[in-house]
Write a protein that binds this ligand. Structure first.
Ligand SMILES: O=C(O)CCC(=O)C(=O)O
Length: 265
């Protein structure tokens, strides 16, 4: 089995990192950049996450600590808190430090096309026997960039992100359900032959970067502690997510399951 595409930011010259990342993204659709975040930035992001309203659905917790408004539960025990409107100074300054660390990685990918951040969220998956993996999905039908920033180590039992490497080639310039579905007959045979199913364990300080067309899903958290991650997404102007409608979402979820069944880690 090939190693998961990885770049170590601590041993790669800063000027080489963006072009090397671009190579991995073009070839595989994803890359793990280890040791990217300075420890102080990681500490500030963790401190900021502590300030955010706690979701804690357990009935035994005081009412102030139960599911806070603003959180969305996307699958069992997986909670998303959008941060785009957050005005807490400590959160804003931690996030701007984080964006500064990611900023050099964007220009080579978008190659001059105007782009912007389309999503910023804290995602907590709670440890629980009822925690479930997400459905496989693309974040957008159109090429864009997703950064997943773990605030704690994420070994397999804590539910890292599972990706089908190579599946970014399923869709190209399409937008919308119908266009994405029309592209499949041309792209699917090649992707089915070449795709590779992987769920790399993550360390706090690493950043998982993927082309948002890669089929992926967060796995279940079967550990004893929560898995908080920050998710930042960037898209070309005028091509915001998700690109998919109900029908294509279901088709791509099924496709993800089928492709995953063909590949074992
Ligand atoms: O939780 C993860 O690892 C992936 C999250 C994700 O893909 C999403 O929320 O769209």
């Amino acid at each position: 089995m090939h190693p998961f595409p990885t770049l170590d930011a601590s041993s790669t010259p800063p000027s080489s990192l963006p072009p090397l990342l671009l190579e991995h993204l073009s070839l595989h659709g994803a890359c793990l950049v280890t040791n990217l975040l300075p420890p102080a930035t990681l500490r500030r992001c963790n401190a900021a996450a502590e300030l955010l309203p706690l979701q804690a659905p357990e009935a035994s917790l005081s009412p102030s600590k139960r599911l806070s408004p603003g959180y969305v539960e996307s699958s069992s025990r997986r909670y998303h808190l959008p941060l785009g409107d957050c005005r807490l100074p400590a959160v804003l300054s931690a996030l701007s430090e984080l964006e500064a660390a990611l900023a050099p990685l964007l220009p080579p990918f978008f190659a001059g096309a105007p782009h912007g951040r389309t999503q910023l969220q804290l995602l907590r998956s709670e440890p629980s026997p009822s925690s479930r993996a997400q459905r496989f999905h693309q974040d957008n039908t159109r090429r864009g960039l997703t950064f997943l920033v773990p605030l704690v180590d994420v070994p397999l039992r804590r539910g890292p992100t599972e990706l089908l490497l190579g599946s970014h080639e399923l869709t190209c310039a399409s937008r919308g359900s119908a266009a994405a579905l029309r592209e499949l007959p041309g792209s699917l045979p090649r992707v089915a032959r070449a795709s590779d199913r992987r769920a790399p364990p993550l360390r706090a300080g690493d950043v998982l970067v993927y082309d948002c067309r890669v089929l992926h899903r967060g796995l279940a958290n079967r550990d004893k502690v929560a898995r908080p991650v920050l998710v930042l997404r960037f898209d070309e102007e005028g091509w915001g997510p998700p690109g998919h409608g109900v029908l294509s979402t279901l088709v791509f979820a099924g496709l993800g399951r089928a492709l995953a069944a063909l590949r074992w880690q």
